[in-house]
Design a binder for this molecule. Structure first.
Ligand code: ATP
Length: 346
């Protein structure tokens, strides 16, 4: 089912939670809404679900206006499934009864059979008669997912569905959820503030800031070609160096970097991704001293001091090239891992 937002603005008193948001989600597409707390992600979900009405603009399902007063479609009639951060399971109902709850309108036998199929699909067949308090966080999340998908919704909306899970479980549940979404083919929006969630689950990432969409694209597009420092920071721990554009380039203590497109004398920020830094034999290259080194398993996280630079240069070095604290090293910076943005572009 196609889902659209057409110039949607949502105000709460003096707060503009959404500002002229337009977004089309294709049938079966999985979109991650990514952004910091308070940027309007949940509000957009609530509008799609119909539990909130927009101040202006329209929500469209299959191209049909479902949000304007004259055409408003109530939440129950939208064919939209919801999964909340806290799972919102009914504590006094068993797993089976919780999942059946989403199947009002089905006959008794059909509701039971459909609920049990959905429960089995998320791997909880043995726990169908258990109550929520008897389940782990991961199991509760699976019940919430089973309840949302059991009626085969055309659209599935998930608000921070993995945020209450520990890291290991999060990976497992995230992969399972993605497989299930692909299998049922529901148009899905997943709200998250975690770029890794967004990159692993979504076909497309929609990045939001202050109630607006600032960039939309595949994970690779957003990572490789962020259109703002804000977007670049979201995906990477940048070392940022203030500088000024001159003759299509910026000069820094680390050398000169191309900055095509920036106006002459424009203040700019050079952002260096940690993986841009490579160790090279000392000689005709940049010299740096290792200030700190943290072993992270597959890589070392290293902070380097470079003459003229008033902050550490953060690097991620493969273990084979590893270094010791206090060591002097030669470094090279990969140009394709360096970004330049005009100042104020956050
Ligand atoms: P989080 O990740 O913390 O859930 P979010 O990106 O989902 O944040 P929203 O919950 O959509 O953000 O909120 C956007 C803005 O609108 C915030 O400033 C919030 O305080 C405000 N807001 C949301 N709902 C209401 C409401 N019912 N009444 C007043 N203000 C609201």
């Amino acid at each position: 089912m196609a889902l659209g937002f057409d110039g949607v603005t949502q105000r709460f008193g003096a707060v503009t939670a959404l500002d002229q948001v337009s977004l089309s989600v294709a049938p079966g597409e999985i979109v991650a809404l990514l952004g910091h707390s308070g940027c309007g992600k949940t509000t957009l979900l609530r509008l799609a679900a119909g539990v909130e009405r927009p101040s202006s603009g329209r929500v469209l399902l299959e191209g049909r206006d479902v949000s304007s007063p004259a055409h408003f479609v109530e939440p129950e009639a939208r064919g939209v499934g919801l999964v909340f951060q806290d799972y919102a399971l009914f504590p006094h109902l068993s797993v089976r009864e919780n999942v059946r709850f989403g199947l009002r309108g089905y006959g008794n036998a059909e509701a039971d059979a459909t609920a049990l199929r959905a429960i089995a699909r998320v791997g909880l067949a043995d726990l169908a008669e258990a109550y929520p308090h008897m389940l782990s966080g991961g199991e509760q999340q699976r019940v919430a997912l089973a309840r949302a998908v059991a009626p085969r919704p055309g659209v599935l909306l998930m608000d921070e569905p993995f945020s209450n899970l520990d890291r290991r479980l999060r990976d497992v549940v995230r992969d399972e959820t993605m497989a299930l979404l692909q299998e049922i083919g529901a148009t899905s929006i997943i709200v998250t503030h975690d770029p890794e969630d967004a990159m692993r689950v979504a076909d497309r990432i929609v990045l939001m800031q202050h109630g607006r969409i600032v960039q939309s694209g595949t994970a690779e597009e957003l990572y490789r070609r962020p259109t703002s420092l804000f977007a670049a920071r979201f995906f990477c721990d940048l070392t940022e160096i203030d500088t000024v554009a001159r003759d299509g380039a910026v000069d820094t203590p680390l050398g000169r970097f191309p900055a095509a497109g920036l106006p002459e004398n424009a203040p700019a920020v050079l952002g260096i991704r940690p993986q841009a830094i490579r160790l090279v034999p000392k000689g005709f290259c940049l010299q740096a001293r290792v200030m700190t080194r943290r072993f992270l398993g597959e890589v070392d996280h290293v902070e380097l001091a470079v003459d003229g630079l008033d902050k550490p240069l953060v690097a991620r070095l493969p273990l084979r090239g590893s270094v010791a604290e206090g060591e002097d090293v030669g470094i090279d910076i990969a140009m394709d891992e360096v970004l330049v943005f005009p100042v104020g572009d956050t």
